[in-house]
Design a protein. Sequence first.
Length: 223
Amino acid sequence: MTVIRLVIVDDDPLVRAGLALMLGGAGDVEIVGEAADGSEVEDLVDRVRPEVVLMDIRMPGVDGLTATERLRGRERAPQVVVLTTFHADEQVLRALRAGAAGFVLKDTPPAEILAAVRRVAAGDPVLSPAVTRQLMEHAAGSALDSRRSGARSRMAVLNEREREVAVEVGRGSSNAEIAAGLFMSVATVKTHVSRILAKLGLNNRVQIALLAYDAGLLERDGH
């Protein structure tokens, strides 16, 4: 059995203790470190090499957004799941743009937090398309207009097939669903996704979805 190495970052010691208790009890999760502030995260990650970091978004020193940006800008960065109190939050959106694989609310049932940790460790985002769209529409507001031209310029580097795959990723389709819908093999879809990430300088499917949304590609055909 593969064990997921997990770091918990939260300024509240009771929250850290509660998360460690409920997540550490799973046979496939090992709590390898805790931090009370974002300023401690990079050194801790260097020492314990986790696969996943559960990151509080609001901390009095270096906040979770800044810590996420710093982590995801590194090579071989761990996956980050953001912890937040409010799902429609501009900081959460910024964390997703910085490379967080998803977010969970602090009052989420323990089983769902554990499932989120397992999913991101496996390389899957933890946001449904509906939740992603709701977050973007609520938090982005008028700022979307100023990003649209930039997003379209970035997407212009993709060829037609890659653009089609990017749109399907934005709609929340799995690799198998994309393969069936675009009449290609799953292996070919994976290759396209890897090329999209490389061409756009992104590091996960959530970022592809956000960029496709910003570019207005998900508004077509009623999406």
